[in-house]
Design a protein around this ligand. Structure first.
Ligand code: SF4
Length: 223
């Protein structure tokens, strides 16, 4: 339905990822995702239909949470056409708006005021061939939005993933134009291994630890 969204949950938590990690944040988690990543930690949202909410109802829920920071996530939030209207509305209201996307859809239509966190899926995800390379090309070319409003995120489960990620960064010289976040698959690779590799290679990436998984039980929804 035009002007409405399929919402999995709206909740208040501590931002666990990105350069905004640690800040109180309202999360709008949209339902549905056509991707099938291994390691998906929000499969419940990817698979469910969600409840229908208008943009106005969604914005009112966000307002009730009383945080200046809002993240739209999923599922895959960019699958729903009305998400662009919601993001614009929240920016107009004065929120700092983040959107986290799985990286298989183009991001050109996202309001340039929104801070985008784009996954680059590594081989162990099983879907690395679906990465939307156009998002990388357009960021490098500085086409759509200020580069400081773009962060790429790579989740590493093995040494093979790490080497693949390092090659991608080299190929696009991505770390010289925007922030690249690198983290591990929780429970699959010790962060100390990834930290050692990053230091050894002098890689200019930001290690992130998914703070929410250290604060709350790993299988808890709405965090
Ligand atoms: S894109 Fe995100 S929500 Fe969709 S399957 Fe992959 S990790 Fe899960």
């Amino acid at each position: 339905m035009t002007g409405s969204l399929l919402v999995s949950e709206i909740f208040l938590s501590i931002q666990g990822e990105s350069t905004f990690a640690g800040w109180p944040c309202t999360f709008v988690r949209l339902a549905g995702c056509d991707s099938t990543c291994n390691w998906c930690d929000t499969r419940y949202a990817a698979d469910e239909e969600g409840r229908t909410m208008t943009i106005t109802e969604t914005a009112a829920c966000v307002e009730a949470m009383k945080t200046p920071l809002v993240e739209i996530t999923g599922g895959e939030p960019l699958q729903q056409e009305s998400v662009y209207t919601l993001m614009g509305r929240l920016c107009d209201t004065g929120y700092t708006v983040l959107v986290e996307t799985g990286g298989f859809l183009p991001v050109q239509k996202v309001d340039p005021r929104v801070h985008i966190i784009i996954d680059i899926k590594t081989p162990s995800s099983g879907v690395s061939e679906k990465n939307c390379i156009e998002n990388i090309e357009r960021t490098v070319a500085n086409s759509d939005r200020p580069r400081e409003n773009v962060e790429f995120k790579m989740v590493i489960a093995s040494r093979r993933d790490y080497e693949w990620a390092r090659e991608m960064l080299d190929r696009w010289d991505l770390t010289s134009c925007c922030t690249v976040l690198m983290g591990t698959v929780f429970d699959a690779l010790p962060p100390s291994d990834l930290a050692a590799w990053i230091l050894e290679d002098h890689l200019h990436v930001k290690l992130q630890l998914q703070q929410h998984k250290y604060i709350w039980p790993p299988d808890m929804r709405g965090v």
